[in-house]
Design a binder for this molecule. Structure first.
Ligand code: SF4
Length: 241
């Protein structure tokens, strides 16, 4: 298995454009490479960037069964426009059955709901790949502030975060430049969009943090997809591929 000098790579990537980081990932890992998307407010940008470089890149979408109908419309719109190669991941228990058994678990225990409907299908889907490209940014949440461009997790997977230093302004400039469609709920104040129950996603008020509408009032800030894998603590600078 190949090893990487993560510290060196991350030093280099701090000054590289996102396209260079995606090209590196494609060269290193394709065809065992996928990107994930939620088809949320700013997803179109990474989808466009990545598929300009690798048109047939697998796009993983975890369909929890709780998405807004507008998100699914936005997904269909982007699939058509960018000719995306989407692989849909689904929970083991269909949504109607889950609701019948658990009711509004997303209100009582959102962590448990995310574990079953988001994390489990995503973790299972990731097993087919050696690397995973995400659209996370350092300025989205405290939990993302120390993220690196390339990360080694559990010596199983390489996570690639090419947009870490992007700002919202950069996203919208890029989307405008390439005339990319935006999520229909964005203009209604939904700046970060996840599942449709009100305690999972609500519109944000003027001056609020863009992610303030996610699990508002529950203390939860992440679904767990970006935190469920612990970073390799003993040897962060190199790991078998
Ligand atoms: S975001 Fe809400 S509805 Fe979606 S899986 Fe998590 S708790 Fe459940």
């Amino acid at each position: 298995m190949k090893t990487y000098d993560y510290e060196k790579l991350n030093r280099e990537f701090e000054t590289k454009p996102a396209e260079d980081i995606i090209r590196w990932a494609v060269k290193e890992f394709s065809p065992d490479l996928a990107m994930s998307t939620s088809f949320g407010a700013e997803s179109a940008v990474l989808l466009h960037l990545a598929t300009q470089i690798h048109p047939s890149l697998t796009v993983l979408f975890t369909n929890t069964g709780f998405h807004f109908k507008e998100t699914l419309e936005h997904r269909d719109n982007l699939v058509k426009r960018l000719k995306l190669n989407v692989r849909e991941l689904k929970p083991e228990i269909p949504n109607a059955e889950f609701l019948a058994k658990n009711g509004r678990l997303y209100e009582r225990d959102p962590d448990a709901c995310c574990a079953v409907n988001k994390i489990a299908p995503f973790e299972k889907g990731l097993k087919n790949y050696k690397a995973w490209i995400t659209g996370i940014r350092r300025n989205q949440a405290d939990t993302r502030k120390s993220s690196q461009f390339v990360e080694n997790y559990r010596n199983e997977l390489v996570k690639v975060n090419p947009l870490l230093t992007w700002t919202s302004r950069m996203f919208w400039d890029y989307a405008k430049k390439y005339d990319l469609p935006y999520h229909p709920l964005w203009e209604k104040g939904y700046l970060s969009i996840g599942c449709s129950p009100e305690n999972c996603t609500r519109p944000v008020k003027l001056g609020e943090d863009p992610r303030a509408g996610r699990w508002s009032g529950t203390g939860k800030v992440e679904c767990g997809i970006h935190t469920f894998l612990k970073m390799e603590e003993n040897n962060p600078s190199s790991a078998p591929k």
